[in-house]
Design a protein around this ligand. Structure first.
Ligand SMILES: Nc1ncnc2c1ncn2[C@@H]1O[C@H](COP(=O)(O)OP(=O)(O)OP(=O)(O)O)[C@@H](O)[C@H]1O
Ligand SMILES: [Mg+2]
Length: 227
């Protein structure tokens, strides 16, 4: 595999409220530019506001949690089409099979969608990082992992670096596995990243910062590694 990254693009960034078309366009340009200079990218789309609206409505209508997840997953499919549409370098349709995605990454940027109830799109992204051996970036609506939810606690402190063990412990105490809940990552994804010692970065949607990260410069965010 060439140099590159698997990037889990949080739905909170793609669709914070309405679809953020200008951000998606700028993100796609950045990815296309670095693809031309020889890097490979596997992108995974999250569900965002659309997924939360559907999980909320399915709950009110009496659906089970599996049905709530299933409706949220369809939102990741629509969001994956946004990325495919914006990218020049993309394989022309979203994928749900990580081995096929790995094979196609030799020639294309691939976009993977959510697949299975009970896990988030971060889980598919972690599997893609595991099969490709590439590092993992999670882009979300906060600038890293904090000791507690920064949207609820003003005094929350960001970690610049954590071990996989510390990250899994933090996630284990935060992840209720409720459909559409707001956590830095789901526990199943964090466990995959830990078992294969995949270098992991959690960053905000700041694209200058993202470019600094993918070009090996200093950046703002949380780095997670095995030591
Ligand atoms: N310890 C923590 N550190 C950082 N963020 C946290 C923490 N605990 C909870 N959060 C919350 O997690 C949110 C990010 O997760 P959320 O699922 O909302 O976004 P996403 O994963 O980017 O989008 P999507 O789930 O739609 O793909 C943050 O806005 C923050 O409020
Ligand atoms: Mg999420």
């Amino acid at each position: 595999m060439r140099r590159g990254f698997v990037i889990s693009v949080g739905g909170s960034v793609l669709v914070p409220d309405r679809i953020d078309v200008p951000w998606i366009r700028r993100f796609a340009r950045l990815i296309d530019r670095h693809t031309e200079s020889g890097m490979s990218f596997g992108l995974v789309a999250g569900g965002g506001r659309t997924a939360r609206d559907y999980t909320w409505a399915v709950r009110l209508l009496g659906g089970t949690k599996t049905e709530m997840d299933q409706a949220g997953i369809i939102a990741t499919h629509a969001n994956a089409w946004l990325l495919v549409s914006a990218l020049q370098s993309a394989y022309p349709e979203p994928l749900d099979d990580v081995w096929r995605a790995k094979a196609l990454m030799k020639h294309y940027t691939v976009v993977v969608r959510g697949t299975m109830p009970g896990v988030t799109s971060d889980y598919g992204a972690a599997l893609l990082a595991e099969v490709t051996g590439l590092p993992f970036i999670n882009i979300t609506n906060v600038d890293g992992v904090y000791d507690k939810d920064p949207r609820k606690h003003e005094d929350a402190k960001r970690y610049d670096h954590m071990t996989h063990d510390e990250f899994v412990s933090l996630i284990a105490s935060a992840d209720t596995r409720e459909p559409g809940s707001h956590v830095p990552m789901d526990l199943a994804a964090a466990e995959i990243l830990r078992r294969s010692k995949i270098k992991t970065y959690i960053v905000s949607k700041d694209l200058k910062n993202l470019e600094r990260l993918i070009t090996g410069k200093s950046f703002v965010g949380t780095t997670i590694s095995s030591v």
